[in-house]
Design a protein around this ligand. Structure first.
Ligand code: 6R9
Length: 645
């Protein structure tokens, strides 16, 4: 059966920067002559010193290095703010929509953003932050989150944003790993009418994070918090004494811009490190290509700043492009399932960029919540974070976009800095569920288990054969792990950890992770991370965690737990373990099912056979495959008999 095809709407074909031929030409040039192609692209950035070299890299072990525009100098914050002051200083840069819809939105022009960021930068400096220092940002989705991030970029400090949903334990680990002496937080966060005790979480984390010396606290809700003398500083007090102007630091293109921790297939989150020049170029270029952003458009990426999507597409990409970017404090379905579309109407949003999990949740609540809003301002819709099922795609297209807005499904990763495979609205005919075609400079290939490159329409593991400017540069503090994780499975290539299919039209379909990472509501969770949390519980002897299909989250977390001898397995303990994991990692790691397992299926060499555990969690017990290599095949019968759900 041929795939459903949604051709480029005539209006987009006419008006967009690139049509199909334009894209092919751009892509062809990017691969044929990368040196001159990327130096030309680099002109979209304001350089303090213009680079004369583009990419200089090798994925081979003997000569492993990745550099882009290494002789260039720039300041990322100046690119996102200062360079717009002359032409669009009075244009709104950030629209902030509060959690509570009865409150007024706030708007900051580029000129106001400049003053706010300078002030924040001066506060950081007054607290001793210098170029190269790490600053942990643990804030809700309030304007100060944007100011803090950009203030770091302005003075050359490296920010590490930690999602506000992470536990004190997870926060402490991230502060310690990058040796960050300063944390920026708020009294409390607000989401869906509920308060999140951010400052109290920092207090709890501080006991386990000896590196931490200073906590800068933004007053967001006015909630009661304990301030520790000599360590804690109210932001508004510190800001009262500083100037609203702060010179920019001239950074080398390869200087680090930020660290963002992400789950991998081993227990400890990796500090993904991004560069200044290459990253900014990638965020800005992909924002323009995928969303054909035009001056005056209101752009809304409905992610949280705590994830890479928020970094690249709420802040860096759109602001580098002089956009009006909307920041939303709350949840997509609060107070009800029409909130997103109400916000669209309230601010005349042109593009919404969100995750399939949010769409599936809204879809469940029914079309009436959408239909009661106008959405006339919308001209483009985007998705990111996980494969979008065609049903959700069609709902987004028909019900939300009333058939007129192309759906831009962007495949990428924390590691890639920005979109890697995605359609261009004026160039690419769409197929629901396919991320379609690669961005300029991106050369994806499929390989089999042995690393043999596969040709034509087929399925395999997804590798990227060459470097691109937005590629991560290292794992903070562990360069060997960077090489080991991404470049040893298929030597000479970057391994994404994803599986994919390429169809007869050369379209790419991402099929999901092929490693021990699961994707819960568009968020990455390492199964090993959840296992480590479970075995910390005094009653747990062993744990194995796998993904299971989940109607809204995409994947849910299914945990098999072996208890210590003599411990009684009951529902109270099950509930306690779920709570335990939430408090160890955070609500995003909440197990959806906990099965008590007297034994786990292991090979004679002691390796847990996850393939079998996955099948049982999926409910697919008729095809467990060969279990004869197990040390004790009988455990499988028990697991099947006591399956949860
Ligand atoms: C940006 C982001 C990365 C993993 C990635 C893949 C999955 C992201 C996707 C997608 C299918 C898409 N993923 N976008 N799968 N289609 N459009 O999500 O980064 O949190 O690091 O997750 O998410 O499995 O490997 P990150």
């Amino acid at each position: 059966m041929p795939d459903e095809l949604y051709p480029v709407p005539a209006e987009w074909a006419r008006s967009a920067r690139y049509d199909a031929a334009g894209y092919e030409k751009l892509y062809g040039r990017s691969l044929a002559d990368p040196g001159s192609f990327w130096l030309e692209q680099a002109k979209r950035i304001d350089w303090i010193k213009r680079p004369e070299i583009a990419g200089d890299w090798s994925f081979d072990e003997a000569d492993f290095h990745i550099e882009w525009f290494a002789d260039g100098k720039l300041n990322v914050a100046a690119n996102c703010i200062d360079r717009h002051l002359a032409g669009r200083g009075d244009q709104v840069a950030i629209i902030w929509e509060p959690d509570d819809p009865s409150e007024d939105a706030r708007r900051f022009t580029y000129r106001e953003l400049h003053a706010e960021v300078c002030r924040f930068a001066n506060v950081l400096k007054s607290q001793g932050v210098k170029r190269g220092d790490r600053v942990t940002i643990y804030l809700p989705m309030i304007p100060e989150a944007a100011f803090a991030v950009l203030a770091c970029a302005r003075i050359g400090a490296i920010h590490s944003v930690v999602f506000g949903g992470f536990s004190p334990e997870a926060l402490a680990g991230r502060i310690t790993d990058c040796d960050s002496a300063v944390v920026v937080t708020a009294d409390e966060g607000r989401r869906g009418g509920k308060r999140v005790p951010l400052k109290a979480n920092v207090d709890a984390a501080a006991d386990r994070a000896p590196a931490l010396k200073t906590v800068i606290v933004v007053k967001a809700t006015g909630g009661e918090v304990a301030m520790q003398n000599g360590r804690d500083v109210w932001y508004h007090d510190a800001a009262a004494g500083v100037a609203a102007d702060c010179p920019v630091e001239a950074m080398n293109a390869e200087d680090p811009l930020f660290i963002l921790y992400t789950s991998g297939s081993t227990g400890k989150p990796k500090g993904v490190l991004h560069s200044s020049g290459g990253y900014l170029l990638w965020a800005s270029l992909t924002h323009e290509l995928c969303f054909d952003y035009r001056p005056g458009d209101v752009w809304w990426c409905a992610a949280d700043i705590g994830w890479v999507t928020g970094h690249s597409y709420i802040l860096y990409g759109p602001l580098a492009n002089g956009a009006t970017t909307l920041m939303y404090e709350g949840l997509p379905n609060w107070p009800d399932a029409s909130r997103i579309w109400q916000v669209v109407d309230r601010h005349r949003v042109h593009t919404v960029f969100t995750a399939p999990t949010a769409l599936r949740a809204l879809m469940k609540d029914g079309d009436a919540f959408v239909a009661r809003t106008s959405r006339k301002s919308l001209k483009l819709l985007g998705t990111v974070g996980e494969p979008i099922n065609p049903e959700a795609w069609r709902w987004y297209h028909e019900v939300v976009g009333e058939g007129r807005c192309p759906i831009i499904d962007t495949w990428w990763q924390t590691e890639t800095g920005g979109a890697m495979i995605a359609p261009l609205p004026g160039a690419t005919d769409l197929k629901p569920g396919s991320a379609t075609k690669p961005m300029p400079g991106v050369d994806p290939q499929l390989v089999d288990e042995k690393g043999t490159v596969l040709h034509g329409a087929t399925e395999g593991n997804l590798i990227i054969t060459r470097s691109w400017p937005g590629q991560m540069r290292t794992v903070w503090g562990d360069h060997a792990r960077f090489f080991q994780t991404y470049f040893t499975t298929y030597p000479g290539n970057y391994f994404t950890g994803d599986g994919a299919r390429r169809d007869e039209d050369g379209y790419w379909w991402i099929t999901g992770r092929v490693d021990d990472v699961i994707n819960v509501s568009g968020h990455r969770m390492g199964t090993a991370e959840v296992e480590s949390a479970l075995v910390l519980h005094p009653m747990v002897a062993e744990a194995a965690v796998v993904g299971m299909p989940h109607e809204v989250k995409g994947q849910g977390i299914y945990a098999y737990v072996t208890l210590n001898a003599g411990v009684t397995a009951d529902d109270a303990l099950r509930a306690e373990l779920v709570k335990w994991v939430r408090s160890e990692i955070g609500p995003i790691a909440t197990p959806d099912a906990v099965q008590f397992a007297p034994g786990l299926p292991k090979t004679r060499s002691g390796k847990i056979m996850r393939r079998i555990l996955r099948k049982i969690a999926e409910g697919d017990v008729s095809s467990l495959g060969d279990t004869s290599t197990l040390a004790d095949p009988a455990v499988v019968d028990d697991l099947v008999a006591n399956r949860v759900g």
